[in-house]
Design a binder for this molecule. Structure first.
Ligand code: 2HA
Ligand code: ZN
Length: 289
């Protein structure tokens, strides 16, 4: 089968198109990776032509000998649908999980995404927890980024605020969301910090940069990113209208929701907020968040 006829490739391309249409992928912003199933590799491997081995920049032994479909470094999401062979590639890892080689795609040259260490380390962490996890998606989600300038960079605060702004959120991401303080992107250090959070969460925010989502398939992963970003948009809108919320979902109401929807919401996110007081800026800061 031709690579572009494979269902997983079509879904990958559709995901890049959806993200671009929502404005999360200016220029070469964002990247996407998919850990390809064995039978999917079999179905397209007749097209593979191996290039030379290159270092990943980190080590992912639990992903040794696996195959991935990834976006290209410096490539634009907005171009993927029209010219997939130029902008995405299939890579293979060596038997140590330390080197990769391109097997298909990037026909005019190039490398896999600059965030390959983060993608692979996240995929490795997720595979160890649940082998069905296959997708990692990084997007420059505008409203989540905006909130990283005004909310404390704490998992508890971002989780609680995103949960409050849309009732579906605690059901869609009951484990919560993690936050990585600002770090230089593209390297092993930020990959290590992100993958630590991915042991606990399916969503990790990069302060002043964007977000990573992980999931079992493209719909689930994209939907997760979309849900969190929509919730962030509502909070940005609310805070643009008024300095604080007049009413919101309360901890006991979350507990009721958890019971009815059969999810477990960790108590660390259901902290009591202090009484609102608009007279002092300091108190406002504490009270709103
Ligand atoms: O691919 O988004 O984080 C460009 C980026 C780097
Ligand atoms: Zn980025």
């Amino acid at each position: 089968m031709k690579v572009l006829d494979a269902k997983f490739v079509k879904e990958f391309i559709k995901t890049t198109e959806l993200g671009f249409s929502l404005g999360w992928h200016e220029r070469n912003g964002g990247n996407l990776s998919y850990r390809i199933k064995t039978e999917e590799v079999e179905s397209v491997k007749e097209n593979f032509v191996a290039k030379e081995w290159q270092g990943i920049g980190t080590s992912v032994p639990a992903l040794a000998n696996e195959y991935f479909l990834v976006t290209g470094s410096g490539k634009y999401f907005g171009n993927v649908k029209e010219n997939p062979e130029e902008n995405i590639c299939i890579i293979e890892l060596d038997d140590k999980g330390e080197n990769y080689r391109i097997l298909w795609g990037l026909v005019n040259g190039g490398r896999p995404t600059s965030e390959l260490p983060s993608h692979l380390m996240n995929l490795e962490v997720k595979k160890k927890i649940d082998p069905d996890y296959r997708v990692v998606y990084h997007a420059h989600t505008t409203n989540i980024i905006a909130l990283t300038f005004i909310l404390p960079l704490k998992d508890e605060v971002f989780t609680r605020e995103l949960w409050e702004m849309a009732t579906e959120c605690p059901v869609v991401f009951p484990d919560g969301v993690g936050v990585v303080k600002w770090m230089v992107p593209g390297g092993k250090e930020i990959a290590v910090e992100t993958s630590k959070l991915m042991k606990q969460y399916d969503l990790a925010i990069w302060a002043h940069h964007g977000m990573f989502a992980a999931g079992r398939d493209f719909d689930e992963t994209f939907g997760l990113m979309h849900t969190a970003e929509k919730s962030a948009e509502i909070l940005v809108k609310v805070l643009s209208c008024a300095p604080q919320k007049r009413q919101t979902i309360q901890p006991d109401e979350f507990r009721q929701l958890a019971k009815d929807f059969g999810v477990t919401l960790p108590e660390k996110f259901l902290y009591e907020k202090e009484a609102k007081n608009l007279n002092s800026e300091k108190e406002l800061e504490i009270n709103v968040y």
